[in-house]
Ligand binder design. Structure first.
Ligand SMILES: NC(=O)c1ccc[n+]([C@@H]2O[C@H](COP(=O)([O-])OP(=O)(O)OC[C@H]3O[C@@H](n4cnc5c(N)ncnc54)[C@H](O)[C@@H]3O)[C@@H](O)[C@H]2O)c1
Length: 446
């Protein structure tokens, strides 16, 4: 089938490449001309495991094409995906300007009926807004062409996006239109062979399903962070508690890791946007608001511990920082807890030497050159003349460090672990001081 995808970010590029990989003929459209030019040269703008090879091979064999010409995208196919960003507006609601701009492009250029598929995460009622936009443009053109709008939210995880797309848990399709349903079934049938993963519903339920999924996952994290903060004050070990509750199949082990807060382009903005949607219909959503405020507090916890340890005097101190990306296997720095930590340390006059396997270019783009910041080529180089080590991202490469080297290099012999990567006893036996999130016998005193 022929498919057009507007937006070649984390979602659009993965969607386009995976649809091309199974044999569809995909045209990806992006307003960012530089991005399109790079993609045409085989330069992939983001780090996502497995993505580069399928983008390159499908571009080379002509299954996957790129353009910045919206009219060309609209002409290419009946199926028009919208996968552009929906960043938070000032009040936390989702900013729909990019989604509606695509709707306008489609309405302006379509010469035959079109099925528009919303893959961006959008508030309930957006499919109706997209439809209204297209219809108003068509009416202004005096056109009798027809469009249908389907909601098809995306559940992929950055860091495992290609495998999530190729082997989805579920494919949610929101539509009441029989023709659109048939087209979506055909489009996704290559991903649906092992068992039926298609879940059909109305557009509003599909839109809410995406927010509900992210809000549930964010709730699990904030809940566990609250238990971790409590464990510190009660002299309990949250990692033992995690094992204790995760073993209950009604709770499960997924997404109950305590840490220095959730980040990324989805959870923070989606929880806020859902709370905002709730407020708009007169419901205050106390749980959603609490999930968000627990997370904001949690992003400060590492800094608070460090500040307390050094008795508020961080001026001239140097911190080795392992991990910048909001989670492993991505270079995405959006809402990353490392940013909150770094900005708080800089405000107190501290210096940072940071290493991340993939996110250093993006970090450099965000912060530029600063006297109090150095990006270094290895995790060991970050330790040079450092007072303490701080960990913000649980990359595999950080899981079994040379603790003897750490004890030798770190002036304060201190590890502040925002991801609970190590066994506190083992670290202490190496002559290091250690605090994590809700673990280690030393934390309660800091
Ligand atoms: N990143 C994720 O893990 C993830 C997962 C599921 C859902 N989502 C949702 O998917 C949507 C896209 O997220 P993302 O992370 O891929 O965003 P992104 O910021 O990485 O990419 C968006 C792209 O859209 C392009 N764009 C903007 N306006 C355009 C237009 N009018 N025409 C064509 N291209 C245009 C931008 O230039 C950019 O390349 C969001 O709604 C997000 O919430 C994201």
């Amino acid at each position: 089938m022929k498919v057009t995808i507007f937006g070649t970010g984390y979602v659009g590029l993965v969607t386009g490449a995976c649809l091309a990989e199974v044999g569809h003929q995909v045209l990806c459209v992006d307003v960012d001309e530089q991005k399109v030019a790079k993609l045409k040269q085989g330069i992939i703008p983001i780090y996502e495991p497995g993505l580069a090879s399928i983008v390159k091979s499908n571009h080379a064999n002509g299954q996957l094409k790129f353009t910045s010409d919206g009219a060309e995208g609209v002409a290419h196919s009946t199926l028009q995906f919208i996968a552009v960003g929906t960043p938070p507006d000032e009040d936390g609601s989702a900013d729909l300007q990019y989604v509606l701009a695509v709707a306008e492009t489609i309405g302006t250029h379509m010469q035959q009926d079109r099925v528009i598929i919303d893959k961006s995460t959008v508030p309930v009622g957006t499919a109706d807004k997209v439809m209204a936009k297209v219809q108003s443009v068509l009416a202004a053109r005096g056109s009798a062409l027809k469009a249908d709008v389907v909601s098809n939210p995306e559940f992929l995880k950055e860091g495992a996006a290609v495998s999530d797309f190729m082997r989805p848990d579920r494919i949610v399709i929101g539509t009441d239109n029989e023709n659109s349903r048939t087209l979506m079934h055909e489009l996704y049938s290559p991903f649906n062979r092992n068992h039926d993963r298609m879940i059909y519903m109305d557009t509003r339920s599909a839109e809410l399903t995406k927010y509900a999924a992210n809000a549930m996952l964010a709730t699990k994290i904030s809940f566990m962070n609250e238990i971790a903060n409590l464990a510190e004050r009660l002299g309990a070990d949250v990692e033992k508690v995690r094992n204790g509750i995760g073993s209950d199949p009604r709770i499960g082990y997924h997404f109950i890791y305590p840490g220095c807060g959730y980040g990324g382009s989805c959870f923070p903005k989606d929880v806020q946007a859902l709370a905002r949607t709730a407020a708009e219909v007169g419901y205050q959503a106390p749980l959603l608001n609490a999930v968000e405020s627990v997370n904001q507090h949690q992003k400060q916890v590492l800094f608070e511990k460090i500040n307390q340890y050094f008795k508020g005097d961080l001026s001239g101190k140097t911190f080795a920082l392992w991990g910048l990306a909001f989670k492993p296997n991505t270079d995405d720095m959006r809402e990353a807890p490392s940013r909150v930590l770094m900005e708080a340390l800089w405000a107190k006059g501290a210096k940072i030497q940071a290493f991340d396997p993939e996110a250093m270019e993006e970090t450099q783009r965000i912060y530029g050159d600063r006297d109090d910041f150095q990006l270094v080529g290895t995790k060991e180089a970050a330790l040079k003349n450092a007072d303490a080590l701080v960990i913000c991202t649980e990359w595999q490469a950080f899981r079994a460090p040379d603790f003897d080297l750490l004890a030798e290099r770190l002036k304060e012999k201190l590890i502040c672990d925002g991801r609970n990567l190590y066994d506190p006893k083992l670290v202490k036996n190496k002559g290091l001081k250690y605090f994590g999130i809700g673990v280690g016998d030393s934390i309660a005193t800091y």
